[in-house]
Design a protein around this ligand. Structure first.
Ligand SMILES: Nc1ncnc2c1ncn2[C@@H]1O[C@H](COP(=O)(O)OP(=O)(O)OP(=O)(O)O)[C@@H](O)[C@H]1O
Length: 574
């Protein structure tokens, strides 16, 4: 049980002092609570010759006990209220920092569901009950120790019996913990499963509907809800009964203490005041220990949640070095780089030079490694062999953020944030003025269509950009990149054809964006390929051809075949 306190303490950061102070106040509160017994004892001891002085003394002790208890409870509340939220707010922020430094590979679909479950439900649970568990546990133990010591001063036999009760209670508590250990992981798993399924259902709802599988998707979510209900119910059922036993043990032991006190009095071993004091204490001795049953269960649950939290937040780190990349030129060189996802190699020994202000078009079949190659240049992942250099410097030695400051990436699947059009464009450079945003939008050929929106630049975009067409989204993302004005552009051209008017606007936007830049383009348009300074053809993660359009066209190889296929498919004219 104390393992849980140790672990919460470990992640408590700046709140550690508060936890220690809270525990001390809690112990003092229990001490004052137990102190009341002396006031009662004092009156009982002087029953034969009760005087106002004795009553006053006794009253003083009882008042002292009540006020002391009140004071330390108040101090405890003052110190500890909100501590759970402080600790886990800091912990959330820490996870946020670690996520920023994680390689992109970490953000797999499976991880996203789990991370979401951890950052929301699991941490909310911990915020809510970790401090409560600490409070219940410390007062339970403090009260039990204190009462046992005090009883020992009055009668070793009664003290011995109360310790037997304590030992029995601990045995039942072990049983509670075993039950909790059995159910806590099931509950945790059901919780994560539910969050994952709900997220998947919401994300994939359009696909599910278009394939008339909405009902099927719902069924999975319903099953996940049922599984969660089973876990909740199972946990409740398994532990509630045992917790009743735990309470019963102490009640029975209180009866034994009463009987023992009466018998000792009958046998002339203790006097009446002692006997009456024991009768008075028989039920209070275990009161705090009874509530400790809940905390035993909670502590097991908290430990399981902390295990899971540690597992999930053991995030691989890319930036072990905090130096920023500063370069004087923007030549890019890939020196024999190789890379794989897990054990699966997808990039093999690539050697490539892209001089500053030149364009390099990458072509190749689907799955050949084009996107992966671009992501390695942007340091979304680190290469496993070889070196990626920008301006002659190994990107691995600099922070991922600083590498990306020099690069603008325009993806096929554009993600727009649920915010105004203006802020989505300003994302490229947060300090840009409205005029600069408009100028970028004009250059990206999206100013006119933005003006037709209900609130112009203030129009709020649906999450992910759901309220815009593919071409419009891509032009807004180009405006973003124009505003950023990074010297290196990585462009993943749209494969799907857009209507001619949009296509023309898109091409003009791309031309504006890429003027005087170093451009790496996953090319799907003939114009991009034909005008590139160099073209590389990738197959199965290897460069199998390189050269200009004319050079590659003159040899029989994948490029020529690829081009003739595209000619047929997309109506290209060579
Ligand atoms: N995050 C990932 N985890 C595991 N494997 C991946 C991941 N991303 C891509 N792959 C695999 O790596 C290989 C190269 O993928 P990549 O996306 O780089 O190809 P591509 O040439 O860009 O394909 P396309 O033209 O279809 O976009 C593929 O076999 C793909 O399945």
């Amino acid at each position: 049980m104390f393992e849980m306190i140790r672990r919460v303490f470990k992640i408590a950061g700046n709140s550690r002092g508060k936890i220690v102070a809270g525990i001390v106040y809690n112990i003092l509160k229990s001490f004052f609570n137990g102190f009341m017994m002396f006031g009662v004892f004092w009156i009982l001891l002087h029953l034969d010759g009760l005087s106002p002085v004795v009553i006053g003394q006794s009253f003083g002790v009882i008042m002292c006990s009540v006020l002391g208890r009140f004071f330390f409870q108040w101090m405890y509340d003052r110190t500890m209220s909100g501590s759970g939220y402080d600790i886990f707010r800091d912990y959330r922020l820490e996870i946020g920092d670690r996520l920023k430094q994680a390689p992109m590979g970490y953000f797999s679909e499976q991880n996203l569901g789990t991370i979401q479950a951890m950052l929301t439900t699991t941490i909310s649970d911990l915020e809510g009950y970790s401090m409560l568990a600490i409070e219940q546990m410390t007062s339970g133990v403090a009260m039990a120790v204190l009462m046992s010591v005090m009883m020992f001063l009055f009668s070793p036999v009664i003290a011995g019996l109360s310790l037997v009760g304590l030992a029995l209670g601990m045995l039942v508590l072990r049983w509670v913990r075993l039950r909790a250990a059995q159910y806590a992981p099931i509950y945790q798993e059901a919780q994560e499963h539910l969050v994952g399924k709900v997220m998947e259902y919401i994300r994939g709802i359009s696909v599910l509907r278009s394939f008339s599988k909405g009902e099927e998707g719902q069924r999975e979510v319903r099953t996940a809800f049922q599984k969660k209900w089973d876990a909740d119910y199972g946990q409740e059922k398994a532990t509630a009964g045992v917790l009743r036993f735990y309470g019963l043990t102490f009640k029975l032991m209180s009866c034994v203490l009463i009987a023992a006190a009466a018998l000792l009095y009958l046998a002339g071993q203790i006097s009446l005041p002692y006997c009456l004091t024991f009768l008075f204490c028989a039920f209070t001795v275990y009161s705090d220990l009874e509530t400790m049953g809940n905390s035993a269960f909670l502590s097991k649950k908290i430990n399981t949640e902390l295990d899971r939290l540690e597992e999930v937040t053991d995030i691989p780190k890319m930036d072990t070095n905090s130096e920023k990349l500063v370069v004087s030129h923007y030549d890019i060189s890939l020196e024999h780089i190789s890379f794989g996802y897990g054990d699966r190699r997808v990039i093999h020994d690539i050697l490539l030079e892209i001089p500053e202000h030149t364009t390099c078009a990458i072509v190749g079949p689907s799955g050949s490694g084009k996107t992966t190659l671009c992501n390695l240049i942007a340091r979304f992942w680190d290469v496993q062999e070889g070196i990626v250099r920008i301006g002659g410097k190994n990107v691995r030695n600099y922070t991922a953020d600083s590498v990306l400051e020099h690069i603008s990436m325009v993806f096929q699947n554009v993600y727009l944030f649920h915010d105004s059009v203006e802020n989505n464009i300003r994302f490229g450079r947060s300090e840009a003025t409205h005029e600069e945003v408009v100028a970028a939008a004009k250059r990206a050929c999206c100013h006119d269509f933005i003006l037709t929106l209900p609130d112009g630049y203030d129009t709020i975009i649906g999450e992910g950009g759901s309220t815009f067409s593919g071409g419009e989204k891509q032009r807004i993302s180009i405006a973003r990149a124009i505003l950023k004005d990074a010297p290196i552009i990585i462009l993943d051209e749209a494969t799907s054809s857009v209507d001619p008017e949009n296509e023309q606007a898109l091409l003009s936007a791309i031309q504006e964006l890429t003027k005087d830049k170093t451009l790496i383009s996953i090319a799907h348009r003939l114009s991009t390929v034909r005008n590139a300074d160099q073209i590389i053809v990738i197959d199965h993660g290897r460069i199998i051809q390189r050269g200009t359009h004319e050079e590659l066209l003159s040899i029989d190889g994948m490029y020529r075949r690829f081009l003739s296929l595209r000619t047929e498919a997309a109506g290209w004219h060579l």
